[in-house]
Ligand binder design. Structure first.
Ligand SMILES: O=C(O)CCC(=O)C(=O)O
Length: 320
């Protein structure tokens, strides 16, 4: 993310736009956080897919410690280009089917900040079926990541989200959020895979490492008023966003970030002239105490009804 300075006029315009105020304010606070003590930042450089395949321990440890781990070259260029072409076609088909049937939720999941300042739909979360290009990509990605999922969520973890996050030029920044609220143990993990190089102006996802384990960070994000009795006028939320190093996931095509659903993150503004497509899947714990918590705390998920393949992590069966 650019360490850009905002003029008073720019800020006033954004603030006038009411619904975008929080996200714009968060961007200012987090841009300032980029300047803070670099020494305190976790090491977030990517591991190669081969390194994770050979020894998943380091990736598992990084995921546990930082709430995210980057894996470079998770998908091969051919897999990426086949999948991107497939998703591009699915998006066109889904848009017209949604218009025809007036049942957008069958094809698209809810997404934060779907429209730009002119009200155009420029960000969406497209649900994907387990068709061959998708199955090939999940299978390739799980070759190194299966062991990391098992170590984090147990061997009975199940697929519950599958889709593509598409952000077109002029998409606005999302508000910082976690996909699930605070729990003491991990209950779900998502993997975001770049289907083209994501430059900083294409709206990369920004993460706040370590917040997956911080109950205070989850509470602070909700705090809009100065803390009672506090000597400073800063809210805990402002302190959190300005005081925490953040990680801008400007990924190369085929690179991925696997993250704990509790870690704070958001999609940023796409100020470029290029579409950004991220393929993603999420697994959640199933069975036992972790599974019970996951069932209570995870959202419905974006898995299409009728997906019959590979919904269990160990059940990487043939496509039926
Ligand atoms: O698009 C992105 O980069 C992140 C999307 C996201 O976190 C969400 O929609 O919940």
């Amino acid at each position: 993310m650019d360490e850009r300075t905002w003029s008073a006029a720019e800020i006033a315009t954004i603030v006038e736009q009411g619904m975008f105020r929080d996200a714009a304010e968060e961007e200012i606070l987090m841009a300032a956080a980029l300047c803070i003590d670099k020494a305190s930042r976790p090491d977030l450089s990517g591991l190669t897919s081969l390194a994770v395949m050979t020894d998943p321990t380091k990736a598992t440890d990084l995921l546990r410690e930082n709430g995210l781990v980057q894996v470079d070259g998770l998908l091969k260029p051919d897999t990426v280009s086949t999948l991107l072409a497939h998703i591009t076609k699915c998006l066109v088909d889904a848009r017209s089917a949604a218009e025809e049937t007036l049942q957008g939720q069958r094809f698209f999941a809810n997404v934060r900040q779907p429209v730009n300042s002119a009200g155009d739909q420029v960000r969406c979360d497209l649900k994907l079926e387990l068709l061959p290009p998708v199955v090939a990509a999940v299978t390739e990605a799980l070759a190194p990541l299966k062991a990391v999922h098992i170590a984090t969520l147990g061997a009975t973890a199940e697929l519950f989200e599958l889709g593509a996050l598409v952000s077109d030029p002029s998409a606005l920044r999302q508000c910082v959020h976690a996909d699930t609220g605070y729990t003491s143990e991990p209950i779900a993990c998502s993997t975001f895979i770049a289907l083209q190089d994501i430059d900083e102006d294409m709206g990369p996802t920004v993460f706040i490492p370590n917040t997956h384990q911080e109950y205070e960070a989850h509470v602070a994000l909700q705090a809009r008023e100065p803390t009672p009795g506090s000597y400073s006028s800063m809210t805990n939320r402002e302190r959190l966003l300005q005081g925490s190093p953040n990680h801008v996931a400007a990924l190369a095509s085929g690179d991925a970030i696997m993250f704990d659903s509790r870690v704070l993150h958001c999609g940023t503004a796409n100020t470029s002239i290029r579409r950004r497509v991220i393929f993603y899947f999420s697994f959640r714990a199933k069975g036992g105490e972790l599974g019970q918590r996951a069932a209570e705390a995870t959202p419905t998920g974006t898995l299409l009804e009728g997906a019959t393949w590979g919904t269990s992590l160990l059940g990487t069966k043939e496509h039926t």
